[in-house]
Ligand binder design. Structure first.
Ligand code: SF4
Ligand code: SF4
Length: 474
């Protein structure tokens, strides 16, 4: 069995890069982190992936399919449009499969590559990244921001702070309108919101999510990842000796210490770490990766880029901090990419994908409910026929209007009194009362079981049968 890595909790005094560590106020719940900008391969990747995630989120509700908003979770009308498919409360298993596939994909990626989802694609990280970008453009670099915060209020500080918060609120509002646009038609929402005609629910939702976005990405930032995200707490259960995580090569780096570029570290009894703390200054969660694997690490790779830049300047090999595994760091053995845990997650994911596809392919986009007349089991007509009355509830679950025909199978020599063909609009639930009349001599028993068969007039192979009973009395 693979050994589980214990994720350490690092003591407060080394955990956070504080603006003034020696003046650290222990009664202050949080000391602000001034994240320093860094460039490099991982930051580029982070920027592009974050941009793709944000753009997809912003554009998706504007996409139309079959004349409808392609993705719309219409909670009030209890139906979810996902491209050509409309899911109703009866179809929630399909949504459950989608969530399960997402969960197993996350387990798989985490077991293989640690918390990369958090570092590269998680909305909290992506939005914090964007908010820091605004902050940097308006208030300057990490050092300038720190000085600005320590300075007394003056005109320059006032306009910079105001501009920053305005940009944050504006972006939060834009985010919130888009988010609410996943639950209510976005085109109408945009028009109604800006002409002050939106419903109280829509306005309340937009303001609430604006506040959440502003608070999370502007103020809470890493606190969400450290103290509120449940994923950070159970990730260690998925880690093993072969999980790639951002790690510091202690054997190579220690003893750490400053030195001149031309000095030989071996002569000074030093390793490759020059103790510049750049890896700490660029860390969005404020940790020192040299203290080992910590649950706060979101695997974003910023410290790798910062350290590689330092190694480059010192003419040392890059990779003092890198994505590597515990097995690589502690032994000469190779990392096992395809281990039982990975294969297990992959198999479960593929099985669920198979069930999901089968479920979608066999799904019939219509529903039929039969309600018998509760007042009278049967009645005998003047012609001596036995008559039973039913109400058929037909739901058109597709995104187009259709003609439907109703037939009966399992009864002989019957008459249907009522319509046998109806036109039902997309998403409409249609109540169709009808009666069946039969000569009692054609019925062998007091109760005869039969089926109502519903089918689309233009697609006779799509049929839905619902059982019911015909009573004739004694
Ligand atoms: S950036 Fe690299 S060299 Fe500098 S302190 Fe961190 S690990 Fe050491
Ligand atoms: S330690 Fe490195 S990888 Fe982990 S969160 Fe900080 S900067 Fe990102």
């Amino acid at each position: 069995m693979d050994k589980q890595i214990k994720v350490k909790n690092i003591p407060t005094e080394v955990k956070v890069h504080k603006p003034d560590a020696e003046k650290f106020d222990r009664f202050n719940p949080r000391n602000r982190i001034y994240v320093r900008a860094v460039t490099g391969l991982h930051q580029k990747l982070r920027k592009y992936l974050g941009f793709i995630a944000m753009l997809s989120f912003m554009l998706l509700p504007w996409v139309s399919f079959n004349g409808h908003q392609a993705v719309l979770f219409d909670i009030f009308n209890q139906k979810f449009n996902i491209f050509g498919m409309t899911l109703w409360p009866q179809d929630l298993t399909i949504l459950a499969w989608i969530f399960m596939i997402g969960a197993f994909a996350l387990f798989l990626v985490t077991t293989f590559y640690g918390r990369v989802w958090c570092g590269y694609m998680c909305p909290q990280t992506v939005w914090t990244f964007i908010f820091i970008w605004f902050e940097e453009k308006i208030e300057g670099s990490a050092n300038q921001r720190k000085k600005l915060d320590q300075r007394k209020m003056d005109f320059d500080k006032f306009w910079r702070k105001s501009a920053k918060h305005l940009s944050w609120v504006g972006f939060s509002l834009f985010t919130s309108l888009t988010f609410v646009g996943y639950f209510t038609p976005i085109r109408e929402l945009m028009v109604d919101f800006f002409t002050f005609e939106a419903t109280a629910y829509a306005v309340g939702g937009v303001l609430f999510f604006t506040f959440c976005t502003y608070g999370n990405a502007g103020w809470m930032r890493e606190i969400m990842c450290l103290h509120m995200c449940p994923y950070s707490r159970f990730q260690s259960a998925m880690f093993d000796q072969d999980t790639f995580t951002v790690s510091y090569d202690e054997k190579r780096g220690e003893n750490r210490g400053p030195r001149g570029r031309k000095q030989d570290p071996k002569e000074l009894g030093l390793g490759d770490c020059i103790d510049c703390k750049m890896c700490v200054h660029v860390c969005p969660t404020g940790i020192d990766i040299r203290n080992g694997l910590q649950y706060e690490c979101i695997n974003c790779g910023a410290c790798i880029d910062a350290c590689d830049e330092v190694m480059d300047k010192m003419n040392y090999d890059k990779g003092l901090i890198s994505y590597t595994t515990e097995r690589n760091l502690t032994s000469d053995k190779k990392t096992h990419a395809f281990r039982p845990k990975i294969i297990g997650y992959l198999v479960v994911m593929l099985v669920i994908c198979g069930i999901f596809v089968a479920d979608v392919m066999t799904r019939i986009p219509m529903d039929l409910d039969i309600i018998r007349d509760r007042n009278q089991l049967y009645r005998v007509t003047n012609e001596g026929l036995v008559e039973n009355t039913y109400t058929l509830k037909i739901l058109n679950k597709s995104q187009q209007d259709h003609e439907y025909t109703i037939a009966v199978e399992g009864l002989n020599n019957f008459n249907i009194i009522g319509k046998t063909q109806v036109h039902i609009r997309s998403g409409e639930s249609y109540s169709l009362p009808l009666s069946i009349a039969i000569d009692p001599y054609d019925l062998k028993s007091p109760i005869t079981e039969f089926n109502f068969v519903l089918q689309r007039a233009d697609q006779t192979q799509t049929q839905l049968a619902q059982p019911s009973k015909f009573f004739k009395g004694r």
